[in-house]
Design a protein around this ligand. Structure first.
Ligand SMILES: CC(=O)N[C@H]1[C@@H](OP(=O)(O)O)O[C@H](CO)[C@@H](O)[C@@H]1O
Ligand SMILES: [Mg+2]
Length: 534
């Protein structure tokens, strides 16, 4: 096998660059990715062998990035992101200088990680709609073939669908008592779609929801889900679904466009107060929005989705009669201060703040019976602990009202993709809650008003000198900078600001909020000036 690895690796020469496995895996211009994908294939096989032949997922996507980019992420057995300690192994393999080095590192990992090479490796993979996808899949297959791994190509899927498949496959056998679901697209549509239909029983129609699919993989998959559900219970209009025109992906559309531009995608033609949503290029993020009667744009971001879900679940758990059921909300420092205040004061729920990146939020969410986590940009989901699953499954209701609530709670658990943030599942979750509450987007939006805020990107010589603490909300280094920021923030009513190095771009991000729009902008500018001096 060793000669096969060197020989196969020689067909995938590495560009002269240093690569790192960041928050979003490896992501860059697609033309640079061939060698990386090959080496990720080797690592996926090792990861599976290390975990006794459990199935590992490989997703080829660059999410909301421009069409010329692509990327790759590994998925661990329960559908979660790759364990952090393995990110370094991914980077070491990706940066091996020669084909012999690739083999040497591969062999070293087998020894140092005590991997039994006779365990069969199992890998499944999929890709988004990018033009570069098929060639990168071929590189992956080349690696998996060289090491004799057992693999399945699932073609085009959304990122969360592949996460779901991985979990379904790895929960089929003992010690798991019940598979997470059926690892097919039909199985995914049935699990989520049937749960949605159950929750919508007897609920009046709420009018059309217009969904911008970013001209990406979300478009055909949302159509598949909507077809399964049927028009009686889901009144949906899909726009930006041109997946065949590669250049249109994420162009003037998608969740990132709407979030950063704070306006409707140009292709969206909707009446005022109509519900709209946008997915990103691999359908793991979603934001809602609407234009009010005066034509003013309102964004219902990840914070608003988290608060909506947390409030609904709190009421439902109460209606079921579950005592001592701990619900918590997990946010990053970018969550609007108003949302945090609303969760703690109005919903009376605990809030945990973690560093940026969904893997951190996901991890913190596992500490609750029910952990609701969302990044402000719309990536998030809801987790139920193992014991919460057991309680929900075995609880005996004491009244007809409790029985109905319990059926709804069970359906809600099925509706949610617990492996990772899933725009399709989150879309239906929001639709269900709005229908149950009888709310339009305006009522939802009026639960609290976002503090005016500003996010700026500051180019610096070396972003690694910015070291943070307290969930990235305070700078430890360079020394003295945090004191200067504190001095500024104190001058603004409801002022808050922080600076941290981006994990995905070569820049430092400065976030600020304050009671007035002008003040939030001024604060951001002044903090950015301080940062720019370094
Ligand atoms: C402010 C912001 O939106 N940051 C994003 C961005 O991370 P940075 O480390 O800030 O570049 O990309 C991450 C991966 O997609 C996402 O998890 C995160 O929310
Ligand atoms: Mg994405």
């Amino acid at each position: 096998m060793t000669s096969q690895i060197v020989e196969a690796s020689s067909r995938h020469p590495k560009p002269d660059r240093v690569f790192s496995y960041g928050t979003a895996g490896f992501r860059m211009k697609a033309v640079l990715l061939d060698a990386i994908i090959f080496r990720v294939g080797l690592l996926a096989a090792l990861r599976s062998q290390k975990l006794n032949g459990k199935t590992i997922g490989v997703m080829i996507t660059a999410s909301h990035n421009v069409p010329e980019d692509n990327g790759v992420k590994l998925i661990d057995p329960m559908g979660e992101m790759l364990e952090e300690s393995w990110e370094a192994h991914a980077a070491t393999l990706a940066n091996a200088a020669t084909d012999e080095d690739v083999l040497a590192i591969y062999s070293h990992l087998i020894v140092s990680l005590k991997i039994n090479p006779s365990v069969p490796a199992r890998v499944i993979f999929a890709r988004d709609t990018r033009e570069s996808g098929p060639a990168l899949v071929a590189s992956l297959v080349d690696a998996l073939t060289a090491v004799g791994a057992d693999f399945t190509d699932h073609g085009l899927l959304t990122t969360p669908q592949l996460h779901y498949f991985v979990r379904c496959i790895n929960t089929q056998n003992p010690p798991h008592t019940e598979a997470y679901g059926v690892a097919t697209e039909q199985g995914y549509y049935e699990k989520i779609g049937n749960a949605y239909k159950k929750l919508m029983q007897g609920k009046p129609k709420q009018g059309t929801v217009t969904v911008d699919c970013a001209n990406g993989i979300g478009a055909p998959k949302l159509k598949g889900l909507a077809d399964f559900i049927g028009k009686d219970t889901l009144d949906i209009k899909i726009i930006n679904d041109s997946v065949d025109v590669y250049s249109k992906l994420n162009y003037q559309c998608g969740a990132d466009f709407v979030k950063t531009q704070q306006r409707l995608p140009p292709a969206s033609q909707v009446a005022s107060l109509a519900r709209c949503a946008s997915l990103d290029g691999d359908a793991d993020r979603i934001v809602y929005y609407f234009n009010d009667a005066d034509g003013i744009f309102h964004l219902l971001d990840g914070d608003k989705i988290a608060t909506l879900a947390a409030s609904f679940i709190t009421d439902l758990v109460k209606a079921v009669g579950l005592a001592d059921f701990r619900i918590g909300v997990i946010q990053s420092a970018y969550a609007n201060g108003s949302s945090t205040g609303y969760i703690t004061k109005t919903l009376s729920l605990p809030v945990v703040c973690t560093p940026t990146g969904v893997k951190h939020l996901h991890h913190a969410a596992t500490k609750f019976d029910c952990g609701v986590y969302f990044e402000a940009n719309g990536h998030g989901t809801v987790l139920f602990s193992h014991s919460a699953h057991q309680i929900i499954k075995s609880h005996l209701p004491e009244s007809p009202a409790q029985a109905t609530a319990l059926e709804n709670l069970r359906a809600l658990v099925d509706l949610i993709n617990e492996t990772v943030g899933d725009a399709l599942s989150d879309l239906l979750l929001v639709e269900v809650i709005l229908a149950h509450k009888g709310w339009g987007p305006k009522e939802w939006d009026s639960t609290y008003t976002d503090l005016p805020n500003r996010l700026v990107r500051v180019e610096v010589k070396d972003r690694t000198v910015f070291k943070t603490t307290d969930a990235e909300r305070r700078l430890l280094e360079p020394t003295g900078v945090q004191e200067k920021i504190d001095g500024l923030v104190g001058k603004y009513k409801q002022g808050r600001s922080f600076a941290r190095a981006s994990g995905t771009e070569d820049a430092v991000r400065v976030y600020s909020e304050a009671a007035e729009r002008g003040e939030a902008e001024e604060l951001a500018r002044l903090v950015a000036d301080i940062v720019a001096q370094f």
